[in-house]
Design a binder for this molecule. Structure first.
Ligand code: FES
Length: 93
């Protein structure tokens, strides 16, 4: 592990965590995480391609809609949406 990676890991451990629900399963994510980054960190694909391959955020700047998820009943771009306490996220919408 590099010095930089250790510093980032230490920072993440000190960061406040939030509890969200992803597809009905509880998750803890770092405060300040976007929904896309929280899903990526958890290894949860946002949806599957027509061949069944997992897909995730692509541009991470709101242009491609690859990260479309349902947040508390509303379709939103995961890369532009920050996680909040108690948020319910549904993937593959
Ligand atoms: S990853 Fe492209 S809009 Fe979110």
């Amino acid at each position: 592990m590099t010095h930089r990676t250790e510093r980032i890991g230490r920072w993440l451990r000190l960061t406040k965590t939030l509890r969200i629900t992803v597809n009905g399963e509880p998750r803890e994510v770092a405060q300040g995480s976007s929904v896309s980054s929280a899903l990526l960190e958890a290894g949860t694909p946002i949806r599957a391609s027509v061949t069944g391959s997992p897909r995730s955020a692509f541009c991470s700047m709101g242009a491609c809609m690859e990260c479309l998820v349902q947040v508390d009943g509303h379709k939103m771009r995961g890369c532009l949406t920050f996680c909040t306490e108690g948020m319910e996220v549904v993937t593959d919408v």
